[in-house]
Design a protein around this ligand. Structure first.
Ligand code: FAD
Ligand code: NAP
Length: 511
């Protein structure tokens, strides 16, 4: 079913490094590939399903796009907990990466279809019981991403001046949940970021970038104010393994190395494999870049370092104030196979202290179950933080499905875990979409009751006296317009609303 471009992206998602996928994700070509992949629909003019998609991030939109193209007439109701769409494209992707957000154009095209309904400001499992959807849809797709983060498990991890990257990123990107985070960036001159993925580099870059540059992005105004007070001059980005095992990609490292006014502390030579030439090209290029570092910039006022082979052991506090962070004690670690990207690592008895007043943990996001999932027949694997499925995205096997209930699917980060760029999420969503299409064609039966979708859900919610205030696509477009208009006044693409009440006011949605 896939054309060549589509096949290529499938293969790259499975077999090549994140850096190639990331490159694709960060270019306009993603929209072209998405369009080509989903355009390639076999002619079908049979009956079409009514589908609920939970989550309006890339997984939700790409699943919708492909099913709507392959099964003409498919109705998609997309539920979103916030009054605004796009998930991490809006609340995760760094403000200084505007080109990554181009995928929103594709999502806008999907939403323009008369068969598509956006139902924002409805938190499934909280505002609306999940099992209520079952009889109103042919299929329900869980595409709700990862709304939590992983913890270090250190005593005192919740004290002041310790922030999860998810909270910090959400705060500077206007995520209502973190509007009041108000991180104090004035406690000292050093910050430690634990974790060496791309999110860690986003955090470091935001702390180190020049404000003149950030001000022209869609970063929130309150974040600019807090960053303008920042006294942080050095950022340690700390990993428990070595350069060969780092999760970040080359483009993101290069951006940091190229920052004006920011020096990079060289990485000791002995941490690199002796023979870089024999490494696969992407890893070799990353190692060469890390080894080369950047030439010292005269008079630079800030700096950063990549600190390897350190695993956080405990936090140290001021003797006069037990809430004042003074440092992070790390166990030095040892790799089993230093040159293997998959190498395991063990702690040694040696430790080292990095003095710091501010700590960010950036060790990954985490999904959790939505209340009511089990009742619906979906099984959440708490250990992995993903929904159990058949490897493709079917939550319940065809053989055990109940005739009168919606079939269940999953897509995106809640399906495969919280890693992968937008391009790999797209590939994954297309795979789920293909399963939906295949199952529908295989199992459709004319005796099947016609599903009422959102109309049926709304009627039942009313009967149960549930107070919903749904935001539809035109309401989001009102919010979008106001954000952009305020942005123009401030010389930036948009000024995001930081709280739900303001979004609702601007939306014009009836309350
Ligand atoms: C900080 C950060 C920066 C990133 N930067 C890049 C980048 O530069 N380039 C790139 O290619 N990739 C980037 N990524 C990766 C990319 O964002 C993900 O691959 C992608 O967003 C995952 O899509 P998703 O739809 O599975 O999840 P999400 O994007 O998280 O979307 C899930 C949606 O579901 C909604 N939802 C959750 N629970 C409910 C509920 N109960 N009811 C209704 N709705 C619900 C959420 O509000 C959200 O809108 C970044 C990720 C992070 C964390
Ligand atoms: N510009 C972009 O393209 C961009 C920007 C941001 C995010 N993203 C993507 O979004 C996804 C999520 O990014 P992420 O940075 O959150 O996750 P990630 O890529 O999985 O990185 C997580 C990091 O945390 C470390 N870690 C995990 N548990 C730890 C622990 N207990 N103690 C110490 N370190 C620990 C990991 O080290 P180990 O490897 O040793 O486990 C790894 O370095 C990734 O696929 C990323 O590429 C892309």
């Amino acid at each position: 079913m896939l054309n060549t471009a589509c096949l290529r992206i499938h293969i790259s998602a499975r077999t090549t490094t994140t850096s190639r996928i990331s490159k694709l994700a960060n270019s306009a070509s993603l929209n072209t590939v998405a369009a080509r992949c989903s355009h390639h629909a076999a002619h079908y003019d049979g009956p079409s399903p009514t589908i609920a998609i939970i989550g309006s991030g890339p997984a939700g939109f790409y699943t919708a796009q492909k099913v709507m193209r392959e099964l003409k007439g498919t109705k998609v109701d997309m539920y979103e907990q916030l009054p605004v769409p796009f998930g991490l494209v809006r609340f995760g992707v760094a403000p200084d990466h505007p080109e990554v957000k181009n995928c929103q154009d594709t999502f806008g095209d999907v939403a323009a279809s008369p068969e598509y309904t956006f139902i924002g400001n409805v938190n499934l499992g909280h505002d609306l019981p999940l099992p209520l959807l079952a009889k109103h849809y042919d299929a329900i797709v869980f595409a709700y991403g990862a709304s939590k983060d992983r913890k270090l498990g250190l005593e005192g991890e919740y004290k002041p001046h310790i922030y999860s990257a998810r909270a910090f990123v959400g705060w500077y990107n206007g995520l209502p949940e973190y509007r009041n985070l108000n991180p104090d960036l004035t406690a000292g001159d050093t910050a430690v970021v634990v974790g060496q993925g791309n999110v860690a580099l986003d955090v470091a870059r935001t702390l180190l970038s020049k404000l003149e540059h950030l001000k022209k992005t869609d970063i929130t105004e309150y974040a600019i104010q807090a960053l303008s007070q920042s006294t942080i001059r050095h950022v340690h980005v700390v990993g428990r393994r070595g350069p060969m095992q780092a999760a970040f990609t080359i483009k993101e490292v290069r951006e940091l190395l190229q920052l004006d006014d920011v020096n990079f502390s060289p990485i000791p030579d002995e941490l690199f494999p002796n023979d870089l030439k024999s490494l696969p090209r992407p890893r070799r290029r990353l190692m060469e870049l890390l080894k080369k570092g950047s030439p010292p910039k005269e008079g630079a006022s800030k700096s950063w370092s990549l600190d390897f082979l350190l695993s956080p052991k405990s936090l140290t506090w001021s003797s006069s104030d037990s809430d004042k962070l003074e440092g992070v004690l790390f166990s030095k670690t040892k790799l089993e196979q230093a040159d293997s990207p998959e190498s395991k690592v063990t702690n040694t008895d040696e430790t080292t202290l990095i003095p710091t007043s501010t700590l960010f943990r950036s060790i990954g996001y985490k999904s959790e179950a939505i209340p009511g999932m089990q009742e619906l027949g979906a099984d959440f694997d708490d250990q992995k933080g993903t929904i159990r499925h058949d490897g493709i995205g079917r939550v319940v096997s065809l053989d055990t499905r109940e005739w009168d209930k919606a079939s269940l699917y999953c897509s995106g980060w809640v399906k495969r875990g919280p890693t992968g760029v937008i391009a790999s999420t797209m590939t994954d969503a297309f795979q789920t979409a293909e399963a939906i299409v295949e199952d529908w064609k295989k199992t459709f039966d004319s005796r099947r009751p016609v599903r009422a979708g959102w109309k049926g859900v709304q009627a039942e919610a009313q009967a149960l006296n549930l107070s919903l205030r749904p935001v539809h696509w035109s309401n989001w477009q009102n919010i979008d317009q106001v954000e952009k208009a305020v942005g123009v006044e401030r010389g930036k693409p948009r000024e995001k609303f930081g709280n739900v009440d303001d979004m609702l006011k601007a939306s014009g949605a009836s309350g």
